[in-house]
Design a protein around this ligand. Structure first.
Ligand SMILES: Cc1cc2nc3c(=O)[nH]c(=O)nc-3n(C[C@H](O)[C@H](O)[C@H](O)COP(=O)(O)O)c2cc1C
Length: 322
């Protein structure tokens, strides 16, 4: 499958595995990249720049295909020192692709350009997508309301954002939210975008290392079982509607501050709960498409189905012209 995104990123299929906090490690990224997509690891979940470097080196030792490192930032005024140290490692290790998210990447754009690192910026609105294009990023990812993770505050669905972004931007557009199989991949691409980012489907892959009970629990959810937390912080996050989500909703209703919420919402605490199988006490980030995912599969099978399902869907459309 060749288009301007596959050419830009030097990948076989326009399929990007979304960063997933502590759950998307080298094993997942290697499997996705080796299968022709773009695997991604999230920088900010490593305890130190050297830990990130080790993970990058692990990826480079097991694939010669491109991969990405995500830098998820908080909507703060300045980019902190630790983030800049992660950026240094990314540059020193000649990581082929970087994805930024969470706040304007303005200060980082020239650094990645000078070092020939392809820069994707992830947003949840057309306004921010245009701003990123004006700043000079190479591509934007736009995620809709149904996505796992941060869908933004506007509650606009993927279908609207994908079509509008592809009409109004000149750089490649990657769409995320609700894409979990060949059919939804085809549907998304037919709205005019150049590629897709997939989180929830890859979360339920064999290459994500968690307790079995966690995956069983997540598989038991349907499309009505997610909710948005952290709206009060202007940083909405789609998670499973479990005990932990209710705890956070209660705190938000009581107008808890960021300082009060932080110990409860900490990602590492959640990851430990996931590993220990205490799934009701963890923020289980999932998209609404969890209702369409029924099994844990190897990444290679997920990728094959995405591509074969895309073609099958395309062929089935010809019936409208007979
Ligand atoms: C478990 C999980 C954790 C995520 N963590 C991050 C993250 O750390 N940084 C980020 O930019 N996006 C994160 N996301 C969002 C994904 O990268 C991707 O944009 C999103 O999952 C796409 O929507 P989908 O879940 O419907 O496929 C996460 C998603 C999931 C499911």
């Amino acid at each position: 499958m060749k288009n301007k995104l596959t050419e830009l990123l030097n990948i076989e299929y326009p399929i990007i595995q979304g960063a997933m906090q502590y759950l998307s490690r080298a094993e997942l990224a290697i499997a996705v990249s080796n299968a022709g997509g773009l695997g991604t690891i999230p920088a900010m979940t490593f305890r130190s720049p050297e830990e990130l470097r080790e993970e990058i080196q692990k990826i480079k030792s097991q694939t010669d295909k491109p991969f990405a490192v995500n830098i998820s930032m908080l909507p703060e005024v300045i980019i902190n020192e630790l983030t800049m140290k992660f950026v240094d490692v990314i540059i020193e290790e000649k990581v082929p692709v970087v994805e930024t998210s969470g706040r304007s990447p303005e200060e980082l754009v020239p650094m990645f350009k000078e070092n020939n690192i392809k820069h994707i910026h992830k947003v949840s609105s057309i306004r921010h997508a245009k701003k990123a294009q004006d700043l000079g990023v190479d591509a934007v990812t736009i995620v809709g309301f149904e996505c796992g993770g941060h869908p933004g505050m506007d509650d606009v669905s993927s279908a609207i954002l994908f079509a509008k972004a592809s009409e109004e931007l000149s750089i490649p557009v990657i769409g995320g939210g609700g894409i979990c199989d060949g059919k939804s991949f085809y549907g998304a691409m037919s709205l005019g975008i150049d590629g897709v980012v997939i989180g929830t489907r890859f979360l339920l892959s064999e290459e994500v290392a968690t307790s079995d009970i966690y995956k069983e629990k997540v598989l038991s959810f349907n499309e009505n079982d997610t909710t948005l937390i952290l709206r009060s912080l202007n940083n909405a996050m789609r998670v499973a509607n479990n005990k932990q989500a209710k705890r956070i909703h209660d705190m938000e209703a009581e107008k808890a501050s960021l300082k009060e919420l932080l110990p409860v919402i900490s990602g590492i605490k959640t990851y430990q709960a996931i590993l220990n199988g205490e799934v009701d006490d963890a923020q289980l980030v999932v998209g609404q498409d969890i209702g369409r995912i029924h099994s844990v599969l190897p990444v290679s099978t997920i990728m094959e189905e995405l591509v074969a399902g895309f073609k099958a869907q395309h062929n089935s459309m010809t019936l409208y012209f007979n």
